[in-house]
Ligand binder design. Structure first.
Ligand code: ADP
Ligand code: MG
Length: 228
């Protein structure tokens, strides 16, 4: 047991170091992409413009990686309390509605009151990652349904899409850090979701049919805690 404790302390230390590094990368990255954007606007040579386009695209990719990694590294619940899943889910849906990539989407919300014992920032991160994936798996006229409620003394939030679905062979890999099937993915979204939900003492269910769609259900301890 002692050895295990030492190991997880060591892992936590490495995680902190990596998160510190990721944090430090953000500012220089932002200045670089800002400068390149300004420079690119002054170029007339198409070949040079193309090269600047590559620099911009790649710094965008680094930025996404750093942001997602920071989300992944900081997954210890710091602020446990009553979290109203319906209001968090409603907020995330509103945010997603403002995203041009999801402009043509039908968004359905069936939000029953459901209070979880959780960390609100973390729950927002979980729902945001699931909804982003649902948008990315769907065509431009996709349909996304978010449901919240209680079940057997637990609180749940469910995100469903009618997108591409997930091949059964891939199902066990989708939670691995850096596993992605997307050109511009980081593969850190579901790894983050998994770690957060584990840390909160909840669990995740996935149902997916290729060509029909995917449903992720996050089950969390209810607030107030059920006794017995
Ligand atoms: P990323 O979104 O950066 O690829 P994630 O960890 O969020 O990383 O997701 C990992 C992979 O799981 C995705 O690349 C995709 O193949 C699959 N996936 C996740 N959510 C869905 C979904 N709603 N529909 C279809 N595939 C999904
Ligand atoms: Mg994702």
């Amino acid at each position: 047991l002692q050895r295990r404790a030492a190991r997880s302390e060591r892992l936590a230390a490495v995680g902190q170091l990596a998160a510190g590094l990721a944090h430090e990368l953000r500012n220089p990255l932002a200045s670089m992409s800002g400068s390149v954007e300004l420079l690119a606007a002054q170029l007339e040579d198409p070949a040079a413009q193309r090269l600047f386009g590559i620099v911009l695209r790649e710094s965008d990719r680094l930025n996404r990686l750093v942001t997602d990694f920071l989300g992944f590294a900081g997954t210890a619940p710091t602020n446990l309390g009553a979290v109203e899943l319906a209001s968090v889910a409603g907020e995330v849906l509103t945010l997603v509605g403002a995203d041009p990539a999801a402009a043509g989407f039908a968004r359905t919300a069936e939000l029953e009151p459901a209070s979880a014992l959780a960390d609100e920032g973390q729950v927002r991160q979980v729902v945001w990652n699931l909804v982003r994936n649902a948008v990315e798996a769907s065509s431009s006229d996709g349909e996304i349904r978010v449901t919240t409620g209680t079940r057997k003394g637990q609180a749940f939030v469910r995100v469903e899409d009618r997108g591409a679905g997930i091949h059964p062979e891939l199902l066990e890999r989708i939670f691995d850090p850096f596993f992605t099937t997307k050109d511009r993915g980081t593969g850190l979204g579901l790894a983050t979701v998994h770690r957060i939900v584990d840390g909160l003492g909840g669990h995740l269910e996935v149902d997916s049919v290729v060509g029909e769609g995917t449903r992720f259900t996050v089950v969390l301890p209810a607030f107030p805690q059920q006794v017995g």
